[in-house]
Ligand binder design. Sequence first.
Ligand code: ATP
Length: 232
Amino acid sequence: MLKVKNLSAGYGHIEALIDVSIEAEKGQIVSIIGSNGAGKTTLLRCISSMLKPSSGSIEFLSEPIPGKPHKVVEKGIVHVPEGRRTFSGLTVRDNLLVGGYIHKGKQLEEDLEKNYKLFPILEERKNQYAGTLSGGEQQMLAIARGLMSRPKMMLLDEPSLGLAPMIVNQVYDLILKIRDSGITVLLVEQNARKALGICDKAYVLENGRISLSGTGCDLLNSEDIKKAYLGG
Ligand code: ATP
């Protein structure tokens, strides 16, 4: 479904990604783990066309991804950024409507109702400003806003960042539900244990390069991964 081939990208003279190749099949959860500055966010920014790579290719459903971020959303890829980035001065409902901007009228209302069923807390808070939600609620809102575009694939950047363990578990349960609904998930995380525990396949990004890949189970049992990412 997604094929990233020999991708390199950076910022001025900083090389953030070097010759990166990854693949995701329909219905999979694919995790990318790596420490601070490894290039995880840069990879997602290239896939959603927010950053132009210096070389390499990205195909989605056997076609090159479009060069403009809004066209990528129309193709079916939605990017839920690190740090949630909800619109703090808009209500929960309006944040969701922004997420569904490519759809119209009746369909938009149906999608709102669907999301409220999946996230009852957002229905309770629908008229509240997003900026007043807790961190966990904002993460739910960011994911729900992404779902409003009816994606085929969701790019999730550090969804567990800064959340209490119980809330992290709720977010991960939700990621499974999203996968079960047929949406492919590319999950970027520093929380390696959680990300490897949930995925079908994982890649390790180190200093801009893929250093290792395998099933989540393989990597959880790897001595190198245990030492470097799972606290020994
Ligand atoms: P983290 O987990 O800390 O978010 P990451 O793995 O997502 O890290 P990136 O944000 O992709 O890493 O950053 C990769 C490299 O690119 C880092 O060296 C970073 O300093 C650099 N970088 C990222 N964004 C920019 C930018 N806008 N301008 C210049 N350098 C950048």
